[in-house]
Design a protein around this ligand. Structure first.
Ligand SMILES: NC(=O)C1=CN([C@@H]2O[C@H](COP(=O)(O)OP(=O)(O)OC[C@H]3O[C@@H](n4cnc5c(N)ncnc54)[C@H](O)[C@@H]3O)[C@@H](O)[C@H]2O)C=CC1
Ligand SMILES: C[C@@H](CO)CCC[C@@H](C)[C@H]1CC[C@H]2[C@@H]3[C@H](O)CC4=CC(=O)CC[C@]4(C)[C@H]3CC[C@]12C
Length: 369
């Protein structure tokens, strides 16, 4: 009876709702959350696609705002039952300054937590990242690990440092009293490398391949495994965790969950070829064409060029010492914690995830011609 009493009563807020993951979370909520009355989408940049959502039965409210501005966040959060905080500055290419990354990812998350406390919102789901664990600066492999696998998490790069700090703040906030006296219930989801429709890095790599005459050159040994997860499954996990957090606060509050599905364990490049191959690209070489030390040198050169050119232009190629270390260190997850705690099963099989991603890439290709 509790469920029917709550039918179409809930107000959800998705921060970063116009980003790659955020859009999938928004669409998934509209499809899979029958208790939704209002869906608020908060983002720095609002997408035109939001208009088409406004004709459905759920009230869709688009809010253009900045998570670093506490008053804007508080106004958006007021009256929401659940906040899904996906907004973040995802930058491992040196496009933004470390201060800006910290401001958005850490201060932005503090603002979301404080807004929940001050306005009385009880449930907060945070989109964290596998990067809060690793790979660490020492390049230790994390092979089929789970949430309890011991691993020395040491970060120097601003992105993982900021995600780790923000995650810690969210978990520490679990149990704080919100306005009205009820406890705040929080948890964090840690996706591995997300792929699927709308993935900007995949798009960049695809166009890079086209510029190179339909070829990509292997830089990473095929034996280095990199964890990947389909965006639809990550979105589904967010919807499910938000729902179940309300039913099982004692079990799930303060917990972290890796996001996982049935995507195969492969190297970053071999995995991308699952989609780029059917779009006509070829990965040249069964082994890296350049020795690692030379790649490292090129990566360092890119970093130097970025620094030298900064007063004139933004030079931010895919290859830099950090991205090379990321791609070249095994980091894979094998866990069933989400299944045990809240009944998660991937909504999309590997075949479906692959097909959907290929279809998106092919559509992108034909619209570019
Ligand atoms: N892409 C990936 O492989 C992974 C992403 N994540 C996390 O998932 C979340 C979403 O990432 P993506 O969708 O890939 O990135 P994205 O860049 O596509 O989306 C982030 C969204 O946040 C918004 N945003 C940025 N700064 C903001 C601000 N100051 N105020 C309000 N909105 C702001 C952006 O406009 C954008 O719409 C991030 O928190 C990221 O750290 C975690 C693991 C892997
Ligand atoms: C050395 C190049 C030769 O082809 C390949 C460079 C690939 C890199 C751009 C990617 C390798 C690993 C990626 C990261 C990883 O999937 C984990 C991530 C988690 C996040 O929270 C955000 C995105 C990312 C940092 C992701 C970014 C791109 C890579 C570094």
């Amino acid at each position: 009876m509790a469920d029917s009493a709550q039918a179409q009563k809930l107000v959800y807020l998705v921060t970063g709702g116009c980003g790659f993951l955020g859009e999938h979370v928004v669409r998934m909520l509209l499809q899979q959350e029958p208790r939704l009355r209002e869906l608020r989408i908060f983002d720095l940049h609002l997408g035109p696609w939001l208009e088409e959502l406004k004709t459905g039965p759920v009230q869709v409210t688009a809010i253009q705002g900045d998570v670093t501005q506490a008053h804007e966040v508080a106004a958006a959060v007021a009256g929401a039952h659940v906040v899904i905080h996906t907004a973040g500055l995802v930058d491992v290419f040196g496009r933004a300054s470390p201060e800006t990354i910290h401001e958005v990812n850490v201060q932005g998350t503090k603002n979301v937590i404080e807004a929940c406390v001050q306005t009385g919102t009880q449930f907060l789901v945070y989109t964290s990242s596998m990067e809060v664990v690793g790979p660490n600066i020492k390049g230790h492999p994390f092979y089929r690990g789970n949430e309890d696998t011991p691993y020395e998490a040491v970060h120097r790069h601003p992105y993982p440092s900021s995600k780790a700090r923000a995650e810690q703040l969210v978990l520490e906030a679990n149990g704080r009293k919100v306005r009205g006296g009820l406890p705040l219930v929080t948890c964090a989801l840690r996706p591995t490398g997300i792929y699927g429709e709308g993935h900007q890095i995949m798009r960049d790599i695809y166009y890079q391949g086209l510029r190179l005459g339909g070829r990509l050159f292997r830089a990473i040994p095929a034996s280095v495994e990199h964890g990947r997860v389909y965006v639809g499954n990550v979105a589904w996990m967010h919807v499910l965790v938000a729902r179940e957090l309300q039913q099982r606060p004692a079990l799930m509050g303060g917990q972290v969950y890796f996001c996982y599905d049935k995507s195969p364990y492969k190297s970053y490049e071999d995995f991308n070829m699952e989609f780029l191959g059917p779009c006509g690209l070829r990965l040249v070489g069964t082994r890296p064409l350049l020795p690692y030390w030379l790649l490292m040198l090129l990566a360092a050169l890119n970093a130097l060029l970025q620094w030298l050119l900064r007063p004139l232009l933004l030079y931010a190629p895919l290859l830099n010492p950090y991205t090379l270390a990321m791609a070249n260190t095994t980091f894979t997850v094998s866990t069933n914690k989400a299944q045990r705690h809240f009944g998660y099963e991937p909504l999309f099989s590997w075949e479906e995830s692959r097909t959907r991603t290929i279809r998106w890439m092919q559509a992108m290709d034909s619209s570019a011609q």
